[in-house]
Design a protein around this ligand. Structure first.
Ligand SMILES: Nc1nc2c(c(=O)[nH]1)N[C@H]1C(S)=C(S)[C@@H](COP(=O)(O)O)O[C@H]1N2
Ligand SMILES: [Mo]
Length: 202
């Protein structure tokens, strides 16, 4: 009986970490943890795919990086500094990966997707915001782009996040900018965003 008890305690200890960060996560040997060690500080939470594994090179995420917004207003290219100068909003949201792990709420800060839609030509006068195709700097892999629905773009908690927990995003969490949307699988939170094309797909 003692052996069975010890065994199930070990199971508990080694699987509970899928739901928590920090020490519990580190001892969660039996559940998917996403791979890389996330480190500590505001960016110290679970990483799905590191920048290295995604083939992201710092030459593309530095001063030269621009976000391209495409829509009826044409194409607009914004630097990270220009994005930071736009109205910033915060949202406390977790990352919930379908692989079976989720983080605690993180305090994300950045520009609302609907404000970016307005810059692309879908201002209030044009009616509710449309859908958007988000594309990453990442050149290949199934998660390099995602289509977000119009209601996801309209949600005031949907952000192009620039910071997390008061610090700039780390490269592994999507620097210079990443998508954060509520109540959706982690895969929709595209990292290393390069381009957003607004308009309902036809
Ligand atoms: N460009 C890009 N974005 C991505 C991914 C990816 O592989 N490439 N992985 C997605 C998945 S499956 C998840 S769960 C989250 C994880 O975000 P995190 O690594 O910051 O925790 O990022 C999403 N965004
Ligand atoms: Mo994921």
């Amino acid at each position: 009986l003692a052996v069975v008890g010890a065994g199930s305690l070990l199971l508990l200890v080694t699987s509970v970490g899928r739901s928590f960060d920090g020490t519990w996560r580190r001892v969660a040997l039996l559940t998917p943890r996403g791979g890389a060690e996330p480190g500590s500080g505001p960016n110290g939470f679970q990483i799905n795919k590191t920048a290295r594994k995604a083939g992201i090179v710092t030459a593309d995420t530095g001063e030269r990086w621009r976000l391209t917004l495409a829509g009826p207003a044409g194409e607009l290219r914004l630097s990270r500094a220009q994005l930071l100068a736009l109205e910033q909003h915060t949202a406390a949201l977790p990352i919930a990966c379908v692989e079976g792990w989720s983080t605690a709420d993180q305090l994300w800060c950045g520009v609302r997707l609907r404000d970016l839609a307005a810059l692309a030509g879908y201002g209030d006068a044009a009616g509710p915001p449309p859908a958007v195709l988000v594309e990453s700097l990442q050149v290949s892999g199934p998660f390099r782009s995602v289509a977000l629905r119009d209601n996801q773009v309209a949600d005031p908690h949907s952000l192009l996040a620039l910071t997390v927990g008061g610090a700039a995003l780390s490269l592994d969490h999507g620097f210079p900018a990443r998508v954060i949307v509520p109540a959706a699988p982690g895969v929709m939170n595209t990292k290393w965003v390069a381009r957003m094309t607004f308009g309902d797909p036809r």
